[in-house]
Design a protein around this ligand. Structure first.
Ligand code: CA
Ligand code: CA
Length: 356
């Protein structure tokens, strides 16, 4: 009996060791240890008062933008650019295909620019869809572009989340915790995409200030947004605009009063904090997206913040237990309402700001 137990124990040990060796040897990540910001709860549930727009019609709208006519656009996970007209009707506007469309921004030439994380930046107009840019100046392919913003001169600033991992493996960038993000400027006249910033931590949403004297870029797993100066004495310099955000910043949008709205994804939970502390558990999470999703539990809450031009948080809204909306990636203020995009909803949320 004793020898049978010994044989069984040895066998189980051998299996465990071989699994550990497999996970380590074939791991796609080369992680460093980084403190994960602890998860905070305030149990404010204002976001539970949203109205659901286009319910069942817009699949995982990661980002939103609105043009000067007041038409709202979003890119959906089933490859569509859908839009909501002023009268509130939704329209299947243009079909691009694939499941890699994310950030959107309005363009002064009409229509929008959409980040296709597989193909680069696309221009989508009434008369058709064209590739704006798919290659950087150094000849490298533009992959995993996340968000873009156009200035008054028609230049387009855009972020690259990671030069190492693609959109379907975004969690590996987070687990590795090495900065592979970039900020680019595309100039239409010369058809060039020039690298402005490198070594960013999961470069995500981008927004221009009201005067277009600076640009903000979100570094998701560093819980902060950087400010890149476009004009004045500090032109070309970068500083920290806001840090220690109560969540990981995804998309960012300029509000009519010059402040900014940021969608914060909840990249921390007690069990994730534990597993993020050790390289071996990071390798384990990297080996199983299903396990990562279970541990990260991104759908448990929604949170957005309004940040002033001085980098201070003015307002914070959330759905504390993610009951009505969760995994909010984008908040856009338009005509005294806040519109919310989410990677786990099939609607756009709308919250009246008056009295909220
Ligand atoms: Ca955007
Ligand atoms: Ca984003």
């Amino acid at each position: 009996m004793g020898s049978l137990v010994r044989v069984c124990s040895s066998f189980i040990l051998a299996v465990l060791v071989s699994i550990a060796v497999q996970i380590l040897f074939f791991s796609p990540i080369d992680p460093v240890l980084l403190d994960l910001k602890p998860s905070t709860t305030t149990r404010d549930n204002k976001l539970q008062n949203i109205i659901k727009l286009g319910d069942g019609h817009v699949k995982e709208p990661e980002d939103l933008c609105v043009d000067k006519e007041g038409t709202m656009y979003t890119a959906t996970r089933d490859g569509w650019i859908k839009r909501m007209l002023r009268n509130g009707n939704w329209e299947n506007w243009k079909h691009i295909g694939g499941d890699t469309l994310i950030g959107v921004t309005e363009s002064k030439e009409g229509g929008i620019i959409v980040c296709d994380s597989a193909r680069g930046l696309l221009r989508v107009r009434e008369d058709g869809i064209s590739v704006l840019t798919s290659q950087a100046n150094d000849g490298s392919k533009i992959r995993f572009a996340d968000d873009a913003i156009e200035d008054w001169d028609g230049n387009v600033y855009f972020s690259i989340v990671s030069t190492k991992f693609d959109m379907h493996h975004w969690h590996l960038d987070f687990l590795e915790a090495r900065p592979h993000g970039q900020l680019f400027k595309y100039t239409a006249k010369s058809n060039e995409s020039v690298l402005l910033l490198d070594n960013l931590a999961f470069a995500n949403g981008v927004a221009l200030s009201k005067d277009q004297d600076f640009l903000l870029i979100c570094e998701t797993w560093r819980y902060r947004c950087l400010r890149y100066w476009l004009k004045g004495e500090k032109k070309g310099k970068t500083d920290i605009f806001v840090e220690n955000l109560p969540g990981a910043p995804d998309n960012i949008n300029l509000a009519p009063d010059g402040t900014f709205w940021i969608g914060l994804i909840q990249l921390s939970s007690e069990r994730l904090e534990f597993m993020y502390n050790y390289k071996i558990t990071k390798h384990l999470l990297a080996a199983s997206p299903r396990l990562f999703n279970f541990v990260a539990d991104l759908k448990r809450r929604a949170r957005v913040v309004n940040v002033g031009t001085d980098g201070k948080i003015i307002r914070k809204f959330e759905d504390g237990d993610g009951k009505v909306i969760n995994f909010v990636t984008s908040a856009l203020e338009f005509e005294e309402h806040l519109y919310l995009g989410s990677l786990s909803s099939n609607f756009v949320g709308k919250l009246p700001l008056h009295g909220a």
